[in-house]
Design a protein around this ligand. Sequence first.
Ligand SMILES: Cc1cc2nc3c(=O)[nH]c(=O)nc-3n(C[C@H](O)[C@H](O)[C@H](O)COP(=O)(O)OP(=O)(O)OC[C@H]3O[C@@H](n4cnc5c(N)ncnc54)[C@H](O)[C@@H]3O)c2cc1C
Length: 304
Amino acid sequence: MLPRCLTSPPRDMVSRAIYREIREGRGIGGKNYVHLDMTHLGKDVLDKKLPDITEFVRTYMGVEPLTQPVPIQPTAHYAMGGIPTDVDGRVVIDEKNTPMPGLYAAGEAACVSVHGANRLGTNSLVDILVFGRRGGRHAAKFIQENDWAPLPAKPEEPARAMVSQVLNSTGKERAADIRDNLQDEMMDKASVFRDAAGLTAMREKLRKLRDRYRQVKAEDRGLRYNTELLEVIELGCMLDLADVLVESALARQESRGGHSREDFPKRDDANWLKHTLAYQSPKGVELKFKPVVITKFQPMERKY
Ligand SMILES: Cc1cc2nc3c(=O)[nH]c(=O)nc-3n(C[C@H](O)[C@H](O)[C@H](O)COP(=O)(O)OP(=O)(O)OC[C@H]3O[C@@H](n4cnc5c(N)ncnc54)[C@H](O)[C@@H]3O)c2cc1C
């Protein structure tokens, strides 16, 4: 069980502490979880301040958090990074922040760059409200001032071809199996702890998973409400994102916020105070870097 004093540091530190216990065989009963003890909080606090999470625990785990410890393990909580935008939600496409006219992103999918390498608790909703509003207002103005952009011939053709390929596949792979494997491997090699050996092994693993993905088939061949088809397409996006994550994490030879390299445990502002930009190219993921603009607050070492 975690000592209570460990509940005050930020989430990335707590996640690493939990994961270390599990990895070194000290999970409860040797399994892949530890216990969170909330019994000291009492009914009033749990009911008033943590009603959702306590209900999840009761419903999905059959555990009573008032009297029993809750099994927990680290999981993905938030994507720091995402589609780069300016403060008006316009998607930018390069190191010079050139906007792509008419394309906007907001919310967790976007990266306005307000969170750095470690978002503070509750700031996602602030980001979404502030920049979602700014993006929406800018988009509304843009529509009034601009005409439709000319479309290439048959713009729907790539999407049609992709759907048709999945529906007519003679492969034997199931999306759910590949996704499970992807999740396990990413958790093991590219999550709260990272190093060159694990990330390089993951890069290789991703090549193999992509080969399997080329053989993926959907049992459901229907064209209406085909959720299996959606899962296959989503899995392709997950593989793309996993590639970006692994290549970016491998390149960044330092530790910063949620990115913790065991082989480079220190933050290195001299070389790495910069954003990573990832581009898809025929050779795979290509990385470029963009300087961080520092205005009022100088970056400082995190100390506890
Ligand atoms: C356990 C947990 C606790 C959190 N606690 C906090 C907190 O306390 N404070 C805080 O600020 N943040 C918190 N966060 C983060 C925050 O909840 C998220 O960053 C935020 O909800 C993201 O909102 P969003 O609208 O950008 O994306 P989402 O809420 O993910 O919404 C995206 C929507 O798009 C839909 N969608 C996806 N694909 C398609 C498609 N192809 N077509 C149509 N629709 C599609 C999805 O179904 C979904 O409804 C927490 C996150 C987690 C996981």
